[in-house]
Design a protein around this ligand. Structure first.
Ligand code: MTE
Length: 354
């Protein structure tokens, strides 16, 4: 793993480790934490469901497992800071880690549908948002408060949002949120709250620092240290994105046929429709073969064989989605002070020798 920070622990796999793994192994899955990792006793742990509900609930893990149908789905998590390194090349982003393309991974998640739990509690009229609260406290939040966030009720009740206790068929690891985490397929990873303790139905989005202040696209010229709650654009659904996983950036290769591989991912209600690779900075493109996704919430790997000439070549990749949209060309057009949602064309340079 490439460790950006040991305390709190933040690490991503190198690109080659994500290649060809439709489901990311547990020891390869990226890890994004804003505070110390809680150590919760699963037998003492309880989930509170409260707010604008007819029947507030307090559920143990056993009650959750016994009381609702078990669901399993494959979903990609993608941090809003994925590929921030491309922004840092444009302009420095102090205080934020320069994530490469590995702040995204895919797992098979097992748990219960949040929709079923909310139906059991009975949502009241006016419950437009579902907020999540965890116990981990971040130094970043001012004033200090536990991690939290929210999603609109329409997404929370759509069925695919899970309260998950297992990952790739194994008990959820502590670093990924044991005993229970939210998995919000198609939305930025920040909403998939780990070490979940409270689900609250409410009229407004969560006022938590990580919803109201962070994970928002601020205007390029604004000072992020002076951002107030509600400033900027709140991030939800993941932007269409792709990355080149092989060959490695900077690789020295023999000239001739080389296989280029990567991932592509379109969040929420879109899917990847096409994947293009260019060897001439986007003047001409070759279509890559997309592997079928492991369901509607999973990324897709792609591969294409190209004929690389001698010398240095820039390899560029871009995805298209089912709305007909494609990725923006330049990171500099997307740069924002916290460095979120870099979904510009991915580029690497390689050198070929005879
Ligand atoms: N949940 C809590 N309680 N604390 C956190 O710091 N980080 C969020 C989200 N859930 C976070 C959290 C962010 S920004 C991301 S991208 C994902 O968890 C990362 O999940 P992972 O570490 O399992 O990959």
């Amino acid at each position: 793993m490439v460790v950006h920070r040991a305390e709190p622990y933040n690490a991503e796999p190198p690109p080659y480790a994500l290649a060809d793994q439709a489901v990311t192994s547990l020891d390869t899955f990226y890890s994004r934490n804003h505070g110390a990792i809680p150590d919760l006793d699963p037998s003492a742990w309880r989930l509170a469901v409260d707010g604008l509900v007819d029947r507030p609930l307090t559920l143990s893990l056993d009650e959750l497992r016994a009381g609702f149908p078990e669901r399993t789905l494959v979903a990609t998590l993608q941090c809003a800071g994925n590929r921030r390194a491309g922004f840092v090349q444009v302009r420095d982003i102090p205080g934020e880690d320069p994530w490469g393309p590995g702040a995204t991974s895919t797992a098979t998640w097992t748990g219960v549908s949040l929709a079923d739990v909310l139906a059991s509690a009975g949502l009241r009229p006016g419950a437009a948002h579902i907020a999540f609260t965890a116990p981990d406290v971040s130094e970043l939040a001012g004033p200090r408060e536990p991690y939290g966030g929210s999603i609109p009720t329409a997404k929370a009740t759509a069925g695919e949002v899970l309260l998950a206790w297992a990952m790739n068929g194994r008990t959820l690891p502590r670093v990924h949120g044991a005993p229970l985490r939210v998995v919000v397929p198609g939305w930025i990873g920040a909403r998939s709250v780990k070490w979940l303790q409270r689900v609250t139905a409410q009229a407004e989005p969560s006022g938590n620092y990580f919803q109201a202040v962070a994970y928002r696209i601020l205007p390029a010229e604004s000072d992020p240290d002076r951002a107030r709650p509600g400033d900027g654009i709140s991030l939800g659904s993941v932007a269409l994105n792709c990355a080149i996983l092989g060959p490695a950036a900077g690789a020295r290769l023999r000239r001739g046929l080389v296989e280029v591989t990567g991932y592509a991912y379109a969040g929420d209600d879109r899917a990847v429709a096409r994947m293009d690779v260019s060897l001439d900075e986007g003047r001409t493109w070759t279509q890559a073969r997309l592997a079928p996704p492991d369901g509607p919430w999973a990324w897709q790997h792609w591969r294409v064989t190209v004929d690389l000439p001698e010398g240095e070549t820039a390899i560029t990749a871009r995805a298209w989605d089912t709305t007909g949209a494609t990725q923006p060309e330049q990171a500099r057009h997307l740069w924002n002070p916290k460095g979120y949602a870099n979904n510009s064309w991915d580029r690497i340079a390689v050198t070929c020798v005879p």
